[in-house]
Write a protein that binds this ligand. Structure first.
Ligand SMILES: [Fe+2]
Length: 166
């Protein structure tokens, strides 16, 4: 009976839509966590004249990605799908390749950040579109996420000149 009591408190989303929306939220959660780990790795790896502004910018980005991942995970719980944000789930999510530990020059950091952020944003935008047919409230969470990531992408790209260098 306990499960009936719990299920009656869930949003009225049909089971197949709930499952698919939950998978979209889970996939987004692990990508945002992976991005946060990458952001810290870059934060520690920068060398060059732009060390300080990039070092600080990366911490702001990591904070934002952690907040967004929390919102995404909590939406999953709210629709009755348990999220998994542990290291094993993130690794199984098939995220981007690990960086080799070591120094990365400042422009290289911006390029790496731009590429990774662009990929994740594109994946989440695809899920956002699909969620419009499944659950608008979950879609709203991904709309907020995409809006923030695309703003960040603009700001990161603005740091690269047209030829991609200084
Ligand atoms: Fe730090």
């Amino acid at each position: 009976m306990a499960s009936t009591a719990i299920s009656t408190h869930l949003p009225p989303i049909a089971a197949p839509a709930r499952d698919e929306a939950g998978k979209a939220l889970q996939a987004t959660l692990v990508e945002l966590i992976d991005l946060g780990l990458l952001g810290k790795q870059l934060h520690w790896s920068i060398v060059g004249h732009l060390f300080m502004p990039l070092h600080l910018q990366l911490d702001e980005l990591v904070d934002s990605w952690r907040e967004l991942s929390d919102t995404v995970a909590e939406r999953a719980v709210a629709i009755g799908v348990w999220p998994d944000g542990q290291a094993a789930a993130v690794a199984a999510g098939g995220g981007a390749a690990a960086l080799d530990p070591g120094a990365i020059d400042d422009v290289g950091v911006v390029r790496e950040l731009e590429g990774r952020l662009a990929n994740v944003t594109e994946h989440i935008r695809t899920r956002m579109d699909r969620l419009g047919e499944l659950d608008l409230a979950s879609q709203d969470v991904l709309i907020e996420t995409v809006r923030e990531l695309e703003k960040q992408l603009w700001m990161v790209r603005a740091q690269l000149t047209e030829d991609g260098g200084h």
